[in-house]
Every structure is written in C-alpha cells, then in structure tokens.
Design a protein around this ligand. Structure first.
Ligand code: SIN
Length: 274
C-alpha cells in the first residue's frame, strides 16, 4: 500500500490496496493518513454494498442520513444520484456534511458506481491549511466565535432546492435541526485548528449583528475558495473517496447534463465539537 499527497492543502491518494482486505496495520496507517490529509482516494475498488458497509464499520458506527434516499435493502447507504434527464445534482455547492447536527458525522465514504464520460468531478478544500493561511488580524478576531448551522433551507418542506431534487431527498418533515459549533475547530483527533463554517449549512455567527455576520462569513468563504486550498478529484467507476467532515469542504460539480451519475455514500458517526 502506498500513500501520497493529492495536493498541498488536502487529500492523499492510496494505491495498491483492496479495502476489503486491510490488515490491522494497514488500517492504522490509513487512519493516520486520513486525519493528516482530511481525504483519502482509492482507485479500482470492486465493492458490493455489504463490503462498502463493512469497510465503513471499521471506522465507526454508521450515521444514518435522514434526508437522502436510501439504497433499497441497505438503509446504511445514501444514494447520490443524478439521472440523465435531471438538471440539479446533490451536493452542488461548497459544504460539509451534517454540520447541522450536534455531533456532526465524522466522515463520509463515497463509492462511484456510474460516472459520466466527462465532468462530475468533486472539489475538496482543506480547512486546516485555510486556517493557517489566515492573516494575523483574522485569527484573533474569530478565535472565540461560534456559528449556528441548520438544514431547513436545504432539506425542509419549504426549500425550493429540495422540491427541485424531488424524491432523491426524503423526510422533509424531519428537517429543522440547528446546532452551534466553534468557528475555529480544534480537531477532535489531531488537535489541529481548522475553520468550521460552510456556505451550505452555516446560518450565522452567534451574537453578531446580521450584516456583520454575513460579511464575516463571506470573507472566510472567499478565503477558503482560493484554489490553493483545493484538490479536484476526477472520478472513475470503482473509486472510493472518504473525507473528514470536520477538516474539509466538498463540492460536486454539475457539468455533465444529459448523463447519469450514481454513487453510494455512507456517513460515520462523529462527536460533539468543542
Ligand atoms: C456529497 O455532497 O456528498 C456528494 C459528493 C459528490 O457527489 O461528489
């Protein structure tokens, strides 16, 4: 098994490995690499749903996503699907999964079953690198701040986005959770500092005037959106990517109209963030 950096700020590529046959030592190495790099990419995996679930369970208990349609017979697996005749994709904007939960999912493990002939790449951003590169005035300014995250605008009954996604999302009546987390996270595994706000689910900075909160979030987002913090994953069928939701953002590009894209995602339970 070889592990090499995918980019300076985020991600590692893991080669010569079959994730269904990992020794305990290989798994320990992967775990270290996962927390060091925030994202792991594996090529040429041939996973049944059962093997995908078994691999996920090595990382922790499964966090059953409430809003994605589940794969039939496998409630652990959320479907990330866009049919050839659908316009809108799932995850088509910068976000991190489940930040609206009090204990956001630790990681997400996405397996590619059907990939368009071109396009449909996923961008990843590294939150520790982005935090480190903040200027000296910003770090003390955000040090003690907390932000509120929520999901009604994405998954709730009134969400235009949810209506357009149609039956690929479920349980609109269960949306509405909000959670408060630090803006600068001390990573629960590594202790590394990273930014923990995202355009998908962060609603506001707590105890700050609305306009000031919006401006600060926009400033942080513009900083993180710089290419130097990103890695672009060009999918092939059989790829498995997994990311640490406390250390990364991701963005599924929607540039493959007229083609089907189908992946399976499992999320792993996380802890409350201090
Ligand atoms: C997601 O946001 O979990 C989906 C990512 C992708 O489809 O590449």
């Amino acid at each position: 098994m070889q592990i090499s950096k995918a980019s300076e700020a985020v991600g590692a590529i893991v080669e010569d490995v079959d994730v269904t046959r990992l020794s305990d030592q290989q798994f320990a190495e992967l775990r270290r690499a996962f927390f060091d790099h925030g994202t792991l990419f594996f090529r040429d995996q041939k996973l049944t749903p059962e093997e995908h679930i078994a691999f996920a369970e090595r990382w922790g208990a499964i966090d059953f996503n409430r809003f994605f349609k589940r794969r039939e017979g496998y409630p652990e697996i959320a479907e990330v699907l866009k049919e050839a005749d659908q316009q809108l994709n799932i995850g088509g904007g910068w976000h991190t999964d489940h930040s609206y939960d009090d204990a956001p999912a630790m990681g997400s493990i996405l397996y590619a079953l059907e990939i368009p002939p071109s396009g449909g790449d996923t961008l990843f951003a590294g939150m520790a690198a982005a935090y480190e590169a903040l200027d000296d005035a910003m770090k003390p300014r955000i040090k003690e701040l907390k932000a509120r995250h929520g999901n009604a605008h994405v998954f709730g009954e009134a969400s235009e986005y949810r209506k357009a996604i149609g039956d690929r999302y479920t349980n609109a009546d269960q949306a509405g959770q909000t959670a408060v987390h630090p803006v600068v996270l001390c990573h629960p595994e590594t202790g590394a500092k990273g930014l923990y706000v995202n355009p998908g689910f962060t609603l506001e900075i707590v105890d700050m005037e609305t306009e000031e909160s919006k401006a600060l979030l926009q400033e942080l987002y513009a900083h993180i959106m710089q290419d130097r913090f990103h890695h672009r994953h060009v999918w092939r069928e059989g790829d498995l990517a997994m990311w640490d939701n406390r250390a990364t953002w991701h963005y599924a590009l929607n540039d493959y109209q007229g083609h089907r894209r189908y992946l399976n995602r499992i999320t792993i339970e996380g802890v409350a963030l201090g």
